[in-house]
Structures are given as C-alpha cells and as structure tokens.
Ligand binder design. Structure first.
Ligand code: GDP
Ligand code: MG
Length: 396
C-alpha cells in the first residue's frame, strides 16, 4: 500500500501540468507496482537517499528504482479536479471529488502565485494567492463541520448505556479519514472543547472541525508558476505573513519540470527528477536551447523545479512519515538481492509497527529489532527514525 497525495486547487493553476510532470517517469520496464485505468491516478516517486552504499552494497529495488544513490520510492498521485467556489454549500461537492479527497493521505494545494488567475480560474492580474489558500481551507473545514454535525447527531440519538463517549461517535463518523477515538479525544482536549458536546457553541464546533481536518488532511502549498515575474512578490508577502505560518510552501514550476522530463525523454538533456541542474547531452534546436537556458536559471535560483520537493515535503515534512529499510545486521538480505525494499511508515512508527507492517505474523512473533548501522538491539516500542535500517528478530 503506497501513500496517496491528492493534488487540489481551482482550475488553471497547473494541477494537470504538475500531475503530468510528476508521473511522467523514465523508469525501467516492470518497475511499476500497479497499473491503473484511472487517468487521474498516477505513480510518482519520493526520493530517499539509499542506505545500501553505507553497507558497501548495490541495492535491487523491488519497486521504484535507484539512480546514483537516490532511491525513488513509489507514491500515488491523484489529480482531484472539481473544486469550485461554494462547493460545500448548495452546489455540493461531486461524488468523485469526495471519494478522491477521502482517500488522500495528504493534500498538495497547487496555487498560482503569479496572481494571473482569479478564483474561477479565469485570467486576471494581481490576484492575491491568500484568497485561494483561505478558500480551500474553508471549503475543507466546512465539509468536516458537516461530518462533525452528523457525528453529534449520532451521539445524541444513539444508545450509549451509562457512559456516552463523544470521541467514539466522532471517530466512527470520521473513520474514512483514518483517525481514531484516541486522536479525536486528544484533539478535543487540545482545542479546549472538552468532552461534553452539549456545551459546544458554533465557534467551538468550527474549531474542532478545523483541527481534525488539519490532522487528517494536512496541506502543503505548491506555490506554482514561480517562473513568472509577478510570482516572487506574492511569494515573499504570503510566506512572511504570520497568518500563514501553519502552512508549508514549496516554490514550484510545474512547467519547468515538465519541459525537463520531456527533454530527458528525448535524450536532449540528462536530468534526474528533483535535481537542481541538468546536462545538455543532445542537439536542441535554437528555440529549445533558449528555453532550456531559462529553465537553467530557474533551477539555479530555486534549487530545482520544486515538483519533487512538493511530494517529499507532503510526506516527510507535513505528514512526518519516515522511510525504513529492512536489513540484516550482517548486511545481507534474502536470495533475491539486498536492500530490495524501502517502506514509508507513518510518523512515530516503532519497531513493532514496522514488524506489523511487514506481516502480522512478524508483528506477533516480534522479539526485538536490530539497528543495522550500530548493530544494537532496539526494543519493540523504540521509535524509528527516517532512513533507519532495521532487522526484525522474531520467535518464528
Ligand atoms: N508559467 C507557468 N505556467 C504554468 C505552470 N504550470 C502550468 N502552467 C500553465 O497554466 C495553464 C493551466 O495549466 P493546467 O495544468 O491545465 O491547470 P489545471 O487546470 O489546474 O489542471 C496552462 O497554460 C499551463 O501551461 C508553471 O509552472 N509556470
Ligand atoms: Mg487540469
């Protein structure tokens, strides 16, 4: 099961360009762990520095690929089209839109920072990207509030015996969001809402809905069209605004990434996705060469096109996920090769979580783990770090 990143945003901000750029991958045949018939779902990758070289090994990835010490680990990217202003009221969010949104673990909100598209996606000038950011957050929060209200109804009408527990009804109502009663309870306490919903006013409900949304649908902002002259000023202004401190911004040019991927495919350039430089290896036309020079300036200034960084920021910064390499303490793995896998696990995963991720039998039989770098034993409740290489020792 790979993580799902949902691309959202109003029309004409560059979602499709981003999606196409991120999923257009020149990877070895058969490296795809799944095929898809849905054109809005594609395979993208997040980069993880491969651990194999530290063990003097050459990895043989079971999924994705490894290029020059950089592992490209598959994630699913979903183009969640269909977000329109006022969607939650009256117009209603489309079914497909809700399904896609439900399934996304994290959202990448593509925003046009050039300010050249209005809220409906029509051409304009000087549009403040804050409006788009607020709009999406509000839209999601209203949607969550609706679901929260349904959870409250469930609480009021259900039979609960002696002890009613609001967190159980809310968790039940919001089960699609991969949350649970413990997390909900934590949120209710952290937001000072308390555990008695009869005492909640509209303001408290809104606060709770927003907080649950933030935890279960975290957002990274792909500040797109940064290659346009007007974009920098907007970027500086929004990212220095204290009201937007809770968000992570990644300057992006979906345009540049797409052009580089295409040129790479045509053997005109040698470009590794996410790199801050590329080499011209073919024979570009005069026009193409000029375009590539512009892109070179851009990737120089911004340390890459930003497309890869958006995906990685979504997973590793915003969600706090970690990549774990299963290893053997002696550096060896199974007969099919070494360092075959690189798993993405949720924030704060422990040795035990990792064991269960491998297989429930491995989880049940877990004795302890071994940190393969230090060769030290780690306990089942030991919290793992990004890029740990861990061997699991079991009773079976
Ligand atoms: N300058 C510039 N234009 C872009 C960028 N990304 C997309 N565009 C252009 O913006 C327009 C809308 O892009 P599209 O991907 O169809 O947007 P969508 O409606 O959100 O899917 C197209 O003309 C794209 O070429 C970018 O990074 N820079
Ligand atoms: Mg589109």
């Amino acid at each position: 099961m790979s993580y799902k990143i949902g691309l959202v945003g109003k029309p004409s901000v560059g979602k499709s360009s981003f999606f196409n750029a991120a999923t257009m991958n020149d990877v070895p045949e058969g490296a795809y762990p799944f095929t898809t018939i849905d054109p809005s779902v594609g395979e993208a990758y997040v980069r993880v520095e491969c651990a194999a070289p530290e063990f003097d090994e050459t990895c043989t990835p079971s999924v994705g690929y490894c290029d020059d010490g950089t592992r490209f680990v598959p994630v699913k990217l979903v183009d969640v089209a269909g977000l329109i202003p006022g969607a939650h009221e009256g117009k209603g969010l489309g079914n497909q839109f809700l399904t896609d949104l439900n399934e996304a673990d994290v959202l990448a909100h593509v925003v046009d920072f050039s300010g050249e598209t209005d809220l409906e996606g029509e051409p304009t000038e000087g549009h403040d990207p804050r409006e788009d950011i607020d709009f999406l957050e509000n839209e999601l929060d209203m949607w969550y509030l609706d679901i929260l209200e349904k959870g409250l109804e469930r609480y009021r009408s259900g039979y609960h015996g002696e002890e009613k527990k609001i967190e159980e009804d809310l968790a039940e109502q919001m089960s699609a969001f991969k949350t649970n009663k413990d997390e909900i309870k934590q949120i209710l306490l952290a937001t000072d809402a308390g555990l008695d919903p009869e005492e909640w006013d509209e303001e408290i409900k809104a606060r709770v809905a927003r907080e649950i949304r933030k935890r279960t649908k975290p957002i990274v902002i792909a500040a797109n069209k940064m290659d346009k002259p007007a974009a920098q000023e907007h970027y500086d202004s929004v990212t220095s605004d204290p009201d937007y401190e809770h968000l992570t911004f990644v300057p992006t040019s979906a345009h540049a990434e797409k052009a580089l991927k295409q040129a790479n495919e045509a053997d005109v350039v040698d470009y590794q996705p996410g790199a801050s430089n590329f080499e011209i290896v073919g024979d570009p036309s005069e026009e193409q060469a000029a375009g590539l020079e512009q892109i070179r300036e851009y990737v120089d200034d911004f340390d890459g096109t930003g497309v890869q960084d958006v995906l990685e920021s979504a997973l590793f910064d915003v969600m706090g996920a970690i990549a774990i390499f299963p290893g053997s303490a002696n550096g060896r793995a199974d007969s099919q090769g070494v360092f075959r896998d690189c798993f993405i696990l949720p924030e704060a995963s422990t040795t035990e979580d990792f064991a269960y991720h491998l297989h429930s039998d491995i989880g049940k039989g877990l004795l302890h783990g071994i940190d393969c770098r230090s060769n030290r034993q780690v306990g089942s409740d030991h919290e793992l770090d990004h890029r740990d290489v861990v061997e699991i020792v079991t009773t079976n």
